[in-house]
Every structure is written in C-alpha cells, then in structure tokens.
Design a protein around this ligand. Structure first.
Ligand SMILES: Cc1ncc(COP(=O)(O)O)c(C=O)c1O
Length: 461
C-alpha cells in the first residue's frame, strides 16, 4: 500500500498516534488496519473485510467481540453508578460482589482465603506485586530480601517494574531497564534452549541447578520473590517440561522466596483448566489476572494475595497510618460489572469445558504442521498454540530475524482473513477467543496451511 492509498482514518492515525508495540517507520508507510466492528470471533475492518481473530485481540477477548450479556451488564452499571472508588473506607457496590466471586474462582484454595487488589492492566498488577514483595519483607524485618528472580523471554508488562521483570530485550533497550534488583534465569524452552541431544529431564536438571546456584550466589536472604507465567505467552508460547515447576517451587519454599504466578494470559480457561495453577499444581503467594477477567471489554486486572501477605501488610500499614497504594480506577464499577458477568458466562456456558472439547481439534491440527519444511516445532495447550518457524527444522536453525519471515506469514494470513501474531524468533502464535467452535478452528488451520506453503515459497524466492 502506498501512502496515498491509506484511508482518511489511517492517515489521521499515523499523523497523530504513537502506536504501542509497532514498527513505527513501517506503519508510516503502510498505515494501520482500522478495525471498526466485532462479530463473534470475527472483526471487520473499515472496508468491510472480515477476519477471524486467531489471537482474540491480545490473548484476551475470550467471549469474542459481540457478547450481548456483557454489553447489557455494562449499560446497566453505567446507568446506576458509572464511577466510584475504594479509597479511605468506601467501595462501589459491584466490587463487593466481584471479590466474593473471585474467591470462588481463586486459583488455589489458599488464595481463596486471601484478598484481591484491583488495577487496570496486567502491568499495573505485576508492578503492585513487585512493590508488595518489598513491603512484605520489610514489614517482616527482612529489608535485604527484595531481589526478584524472573526469566528470559518473560512478559510481565511495560511499567518500569513490570518491564524490568520481563525478559525481552526490546523492552529494556533505550529505557535504561531493567531496574536494579532483578535477577534472570533461563526460560524453560527445551526446543530453543536445550543442548544437542539433551533430554527434557536433563534440561530441567540444568535449569534447577542454575536457579539453585543463583540463589546461593546472591544469598537467599537477599531474594524476595520469583515471578513466572505458567505458560510463557509473548515470549513464544513456551510450555514448561514436566517436573519443572514442582522443583522450582520446592526451592522457593525452602528459601522463603515469594512465588508470583502471572496468569494474565493463562487465567480463566486458556489452558483447558481454570488456571495454570491447576495445570501445574502451583501454590503461589500472589497471582496476577487481567485480560479474560472481563473478556477484555473493559480494562481490569486483579492481584490475588495470600492471607499471610495480607495480614503482614495490614499490620505494617496500621503503623504507617494507611496502605499507601491504589489507583483512581482500582475496582472501577463498570469493570466490576463486566467482570462479574464474564465469570457468570464462564460458569453458565461451561466455557472451560468448551475449551477442553475444542483442544484436540486445535492441538492435533497444529501438530499436523510439525513436518512442514518451514516448521521447527508445533506446540500448545488448550486453546493456545504456536508454530516456531525455522530455516532448517531438523537442525532447529532459525531464520535470520532481518528476513522477517514471521511478519510475512502474518501478512499473508491476514490477506486470507486470519489474524495471527508473530512473536520473537519467528514464532507464530494462536490464541483464539475461547468460544471458537469447530468451524472456526478448521478455518484457522486451513488458512494456516495455505499461508505456510506460500511463506515457504517466498523464503525460497
Ligand atoms: C503474561 C502477561 N503478563 C502481563 C501482561 C501485561 O498486561 P497489560 O498489557 O494489560 O499491562 C501481559 C500482556 O500481554 C501478559 O501477557
């Protein structure tokens, strides 16, 4: 597309909008895809072109793009109480209902006895977790215990603290991040990180040894927390090998290191269980949730904190006079109303059961691409999946990133009416709305097959 072919809306956008996570110079030349309407699992652009959104937006629009119950809930709430806050002893009515519901939906029985603290994005809630690690250990008289261990390829958001915890280089470069006090260990990505011939079990042994060595070198008395996504999303849809989390957790417990599970993508059914905690038997001290909490219709995130953290914070803040943290929009009534209705729909429509029923179709379909000459690995769980493209699949040799093979795939898929996303290392991600049906999955797979062939031909050209 040349600049003159860009629509008026697109020209206005590139003139005035600094886009998040975008190749900015390329956008100036090509203009944006202007999405104007949603319909089930589809979105429609300004020219009337339909796309199946194989990413549910940004891993978030679980109920698709036109759920009338969410619209009705939002409208009811806007008419009744459009805004109130939770500071200094007040609370908007819908918060009181939502916290009770979130206890029913707690990722672990222990967290079901804890508290939730609201914010407006995954980044903010992870930022809150970062701060609470400090608050908790300071209050316990352990002021040195505040470094946090995070992993390579992690994605925890973009505030200064959350970006510091994230392990993707573009989030740090030129931002003078990470902040001091963040320690890094390898991602549990066997395909990309294992030594030649190393089994999954041996790989896990090596990762655990790395973590143990780091804790010993730094001194456990200086390490306050460890943060992890159960399945790493934006870093490449990385499914940890068997036994990994069990052994990580044992180490954390032994050294009294708080475990923060970032379930911003995995929470509320993406993996075929309510939470990654269910899949991997996690027992975190804090859990971040966002995205599918409201099916993304309204921004909202929440941080579950354990009873122990709550009690310590409550005691310590009593001495200070207030708990000095919270956002103007923490527990916004509109977001609460939409979150409540979203959770009710998950229950009434058995959305997690639906994910389980759809899982074999998507995962077996993706596995059928494993032998394709462009595919190094096909992987996934529940309704999340990825194809890691490779120049030489047998040798696991990636393409030179400058070739933009993944970006070419995304462009061609879009031309065929399918939106997917490329992650670093030419990983093509799939994360459709949880309500996608068999026909939707078949469409995704059919267009993926076509696009793989076209992209392969392009790489040979
Ligand atoms: C695992 C994870 N954590 C945190 C975030 C940040 O959430 P937000 O973009 O709402 O700030 C994301 C966003 O994709 C995420 O995938």
């Amino acid at each position: 597309m040349t600049v003159t072919e860009i629509s008026a809306a697109g020209r206005s956008d590139i003139a005035h909008h600094l886009h998040p996570y975008t190749q900015l110079r390329q956008l100036e030349q090509e203009g944006p895809l202007v999405i104007v309407r949603g319909d089930g699992v589809h979105v429609i652009d300004e020219h009337g072109q339909r796309y199946l959104d194989g990413m549910a937006g940004l891993w978030c629009a679980s109920l698709g793009f036109s759920e009338p119950r969410l619209v009705a809930a939002a409208e009811r709430q806007m008419r009744t109480l459009p805004y109130y806050h939770s500071f200094s002893g007040k609370v908007p009515g819908p918060v009181t209902e939502l916290v009770a519901k979130l206890m029913d939906w707690a990722p672990t029985p222990a967290l079901g006895k804890g508290r939730v603290l609201f914010a407006n994005s995954g980044s903010e809630s992870n930022d809150t977790a970062f701060k609470l690690v400090r608050y908790f250990h300071n209050a316990r008289g352990l002021p040195l215990k505040k470094k946090i261990i995070a992993r390579q390829k992690a994605y925890h958001g973009v505030t200064a603290a959350a970006a510091s915890l994230s392990g993707l280089p573009s989030m740090h470069q030129h931002f003078d991040l990470p902040l001091p006090g963040v320690l890094r260990v390898a991602a549990p990505h066997h395909y990309g990180g294992a030594l030649a011939g190393e089994s999954e079990a041996a790989f896990v042994d090596r990762l655990i040894a790395e973590l143990e060595t780091l804790i010993e070198r730094e001194g456990p008395e200086t390490i306050g927390g460890f943060i992890a996504e159960p399945v790493q999303g934006a870093g490449g849809v990385i499914i940890p090998p068997a036994g990994y989390f069990e052994r990580v957790q044992a180490l954390l417990k032994r050294h009294q290191i708080l475990f923060i599970a970032d379930e911003v993508i995995t929470g509320f059914g993406r993996l075929g269980q309510r939470f990654g905690c269910d899949v991997y038997g996690l027992e975190p001290d804090m859990v971040t949730v966002a995205k599918m909490l409201t099916s993304a219709y309204v921004p909202m995130s929440a941080l579950y904190v354990s009873q122990a953290i709550y009690q310590t914070v409550a005691d310590a803040s009593a001495g200070i006079g207030t708990f000095g943290h919270g956002y103007t929009y923490s527990g916004h009534p509109l977001a609460c109303a939409v979150a409540l209705e979203t959770l009710r729909i998950y229950e009434s429509d058995d959305v997690v059961g639906h994910v389980q029923r759809m899982t074999p179709r998507l995962q077996q379909g993706l596995q059928r691409f494993a032998g394709h000459p462009l595919v190094g690995q096909a992987r996934g769980m529940g309704l999340i999946g990825a194809l890691e493209l490779a120049e030489d699949p047998a040798a696991r040799k990636p393409f030179d990133p400058k070739r933009g093979v993944g970006a070419q795939f995304v462009r061609r898929a879009q031309a065929h009416g399918l939106i997917v996303r490329v992650l670093g290392g030419d990983v093509i991600a799939f994360s459709p709305p949880l309500v996608i049906d068999e026909a939707g999955i078949d469409f995704m797979l059919e267009k993926t097959a076509l696009t793989l062939d076209e992209t392969y031909t392009w790489t040979r050209g």
